[in-house]
Design a protein around this ligand. Structure first.
Ligand SMILES: *Cc1c(COP(=O)(O)O)cnc(C)c1O
Length: 380
């Protein structure tokens, strides 16, 4: 193994672009450089056709229709559009939003902004396993509740929320259900009709596509969901998100979704096996434990709390391992993770926790290396 390149175990922060995705994108940087909104020549038509194929590939991955997909610059923008777009249109009648303390900062910061602009936001607790309490959700619903925003899978722990039950309650109360599926996509099966989902966001760079492109699924039927646009301009994307489309990125996003939709169950099982081998090896001696539910969890994520080493020391001790102390977005700050805190970990437990996230290109050899390196420093 090349000593200078660390083992990449940070796939929840971002994934490498799949070579097949890159290959699909390249012609759209070179000969097919048209603007997808140009209607007067073949450069525009070719670009537009490619965008529509990608839209179909993305819709297919989540069981949606093509016209229900809006391109954005990523999940963060899609989250802003969904939450602000929904609240701003409905403030006068219903201004209550229910979310959860372990959501991604893109959700929490948007909610915080909304609460300073007239929204009433409830933050659900989670238990030690990282799961919300369905009864608490039921109890917090009021006639003013407009939407529930709960992610499918958590980026730090991989914990999967009880989406079926959440969806059922929302349907019954006629409350919109928006879910951040950025980490779930490509790792577990998704379908916006089973269970019923009204709004859902995705990001290409978490599923072997390029950075800077994402999508918002907006239900068009039963019910038709309306949003207020947040970016104004040429009226692209049905007026919901103006701006010239990033055609190469969109083509790559589509290809990435196609690859993920076609991936075999065995590919995911292989990732889970490597993750379990890694996790069992590290935790067997009782000097590290798993944060979050082991049962309701993505196949690729392992968030471990070490007894005798804090994450700053860990990162320093293992330059050969590319891992993270939480989410990439907050690892710059030295604050203990808000996710682990909500799960009732102490500050010191939180500071001793490391996220390992595997991916399509993680090899058994790399996992063996990681186990050996950690074993040399931490008694396993
Ligand atoms: C990465 C991530 C985001 C942000 O996605 P960007 O496309 O990078 O803006 C939002 N939510 C979750 C759960 C994520 O993992």
């Amino acid at each position: 193994m090349n000593k200078s390149i660390p083992v990449y175990l940070d796939n929840n922060a971002t994934t490498p672009v799949d070579p097949k995705v890159l290959e699909a994108m390249l012609p759209f940087f070179k000969e097919h450089y048209g603007n997808a909104a140009s209607r007067t020549h073949s450069f525009g038509w070719v670009a537009d056709e490619a965008v529509e194929i990608a839209r179909e590939q993305i819709a297919h991955l989540i069981g949606a229709e093509k016209r229900e997909i809006i391109f954005t610059s990523g999940a963060t923008e899609a989250i802003n559009l969904a939450l602000k777009g929904l609240l701003e249109l409905n403030y006068s009648e219903r201004n209550h939003l229910i979310t959860c303390k372990t959501e991604h900062k893109a959700v929490l910061d948007t909610c915080e902004w909304l609460s300073r602009h007239g929204a009433d936001v409830t933050y659900l607790d989670v238990n030690k396993e990282g799961l919300i309490d369905i009864n608490q959700l039921r109890e917090q619903m009021t006639p003013k509740t407009l939407a529930v925003c709960i992610m499918i899978a958590n980026n730090e722990t991989g914990v999967i929320q009880p989406i079926n039950e959440i969806s059922e309650i929302c349907l019954k109360k006629q409350v919109y259900f928006f879910t951040d599926a950025t980490q779930a996509a490509g790792k577990i099966h998704l379908n916006v009709s089973q269970p019923h989902i009204d709004l859902l966001c995705l990001s290409a760079h978490k599923l072997y596509g390029p950075k800077g492109i994402g999508a918002l699924y907006i239900r068009k039927k039963h019910p038709h969901v309306s949003l207020l646009a947040q970016i104004h301009g040429g009226g692209h994307e049905n007026g919901l998100r103006s701006g010239t489309l990033n055609v190469p990125a969109i083509v790559g996003f589509g290809k990435a979704c196609e690859l993920v939709a076609e991936q075999s169950a065995s590919e995911l099982m292989q990732i889970a096996e490597l993750r379990n081998w890694f996790e069992d090896s590290i935790t067997q001696g009782g000097n590290a434990f798993v944060n979050g539910s082991k049962k309701m969890r993505l196949p690729n994520t392992s968030n471990l709390c070490f007894k005798a080493i804090n994450s700053t020391e860990f990162i320093k001790a293992f330059p050969q391992l590319a891992v993270s102390t939480g989410s990439a977005c907050t690892s710059a700050s030295n604050e203990p993770s808000h996710v682990l805190k909500a799960m009732n970990l102490s500050d010191s437990e939180s500071k001793n926790s490391i996220r390992f996230s595997l991916g399509r290109f993680t090899t058994a050899g790399q996992i063996e290396t990681a186990i050996r390196l950690i074993g040399e420093r931490v008694r396993l």
